[in-house]
Write a protein that binds this ligand. Structure first.
Ligand SMILES: C[S@@+](CC[C@H](N)C(=O)[O-])C[C@H]1O[C@@H](n2cnc3c(N)ncnc32)[C@H](O)[C@@H]1O
Length: 297
């Protein structure tokens, strides 16, 4: 894996880099490759990221992760290198993080940390997937900035002291973890009065996606597994089906709003005065360490 990523880095750094990055991003978005993309296929296959097929290219598990990282990089550039939802949510205004000790759990290659390090030297990440973390230095080189610090570790067992951070962030990451253990860890590493900002898709979105998968047997199979896992997590706190070899984002669990609030509350994380729990997963929920959570109403 390391030598493949070293070679890919050389390619991305060459004149061909922008075209290869765009091709990977298209693979990550499952978009048609187009003529230009198809011309990059022999190179991607030669690097060991998958196999050439009649239709184009079938990435292997490493290729899928590289494609995911490239897709998220292009999305980030297209949103002017901002945080997810930064424009829509005043709570995510960059100045709110100035000089704060911030931890992002599950940052991927670190797009949000690249943004946060503009206002604080104390923004770090904890990411479970080494391939995504390898892209941190690749994209830092492309961007011409220092890479943010991202530790390798699990959200369920954070490698930090108690009371270390003013703010913990998760963007579309909690659904891949054992949410109960991860939320407890967030509460442990937050300073008293510190806050946790999290946004992730919730159970109603899974129902909508499942209905949308009618007539698409392969997508439907995944959605049914996710439904089973989500219901089983809700009832017993466990997934019935574990992660696949494809890695850390392969078996999400979609919590109900009620379950999310009860996990936060049990960990001692409470809604900020005047806030409510959003009904959709796109909107961030913001809680503080220290008080009791009101009922979801
Ligand atoms: C959908 S990506 C989101 C990446 C980034 N937060 C963003 O907003 O672009 C979810 C991330 O969570 C990471 N992840 C999954 N399970 C994890 C765990 N148990 N501990 C830490 N990170 C985890 C994945 O590897 C992946 O990078």
């Amino acid at each position: 894996m390391d030598s493949t990523l070293d070679e890919l880095e050389q390619v991305l750094w060459s004149d061909r880099g922008p075209a290869v990055l765009r091709t990977l991003a298209r693979l990550g978005s499952r978009a048609p490759l187009g003529e230009q993309g198809l011309s990059e296929v022999p190179l991607l296959a030669g690097l060991g990221l998958g196999t050439q097929t009649e239709q184009g290219f079938k990435p292997n598990p490493l290729g899928i992760k590289c494609a995911d990282a490239a897709r998220e990089y292009i999305f980030w550039v297209e949103r002017d290198r901002r945080l997810h939802r930064e424009d829509a949510w005043p709570q995510l205004e960059l100045s709110a993080f100035r000089d704060k000790r911030v931890l992002e759990i599950g940052p991927g290659w670190g797009c949000n940390l690249f943004r946060l390090q503009q206002v604080t030297p104390h923004a770090i990440g904890c990411e479970i997937e080494p391939v995504y973390r390898r892209f941190t230095s690749i994209f830092a080189k492309i961007e011409g900035v220092d890479p943010p610090k991202i530790d390798l570790g699990a959200g369920e067992q954070l490698p930090y002291e108690d009371d270390s951070f003013d703010c913990v962030l998760m963007f579309s990451a909690l659904q891949y973890m054992d949410a109960r253990a991860a939320v407890r860890e967030v509460a442990r590493v937050l300073k008293p009065g510190g806050h946790f900002i999290t946004s992730q898709p919730l159970f109603p979105e899974l129902l909508t996606d499942t209905l949308g998968a009618l007539g698409k047997p392969r997508v439907m199979k995944d959605k049914l597994i996710e439904l089973t896992n989500s219901v089983s997590y809700e009832i017993s706190g466990r997934r019935l089906f574990g992660n696949t070899l494809d890695g850390s984002t392969s078996r999400p669990v979609y919590l109900t709003r009620h379950k999310l609030v009860s996990l936060l509350s049990a960990a001692g994380l409470t809604l900020r005065p005047g806030s409510s729990v959003p009904t959709d997963g796109d909107s961030p929920i913001i809680v503080e360490k220290g008080h009791a959570v009101p009922s979801t109403g």
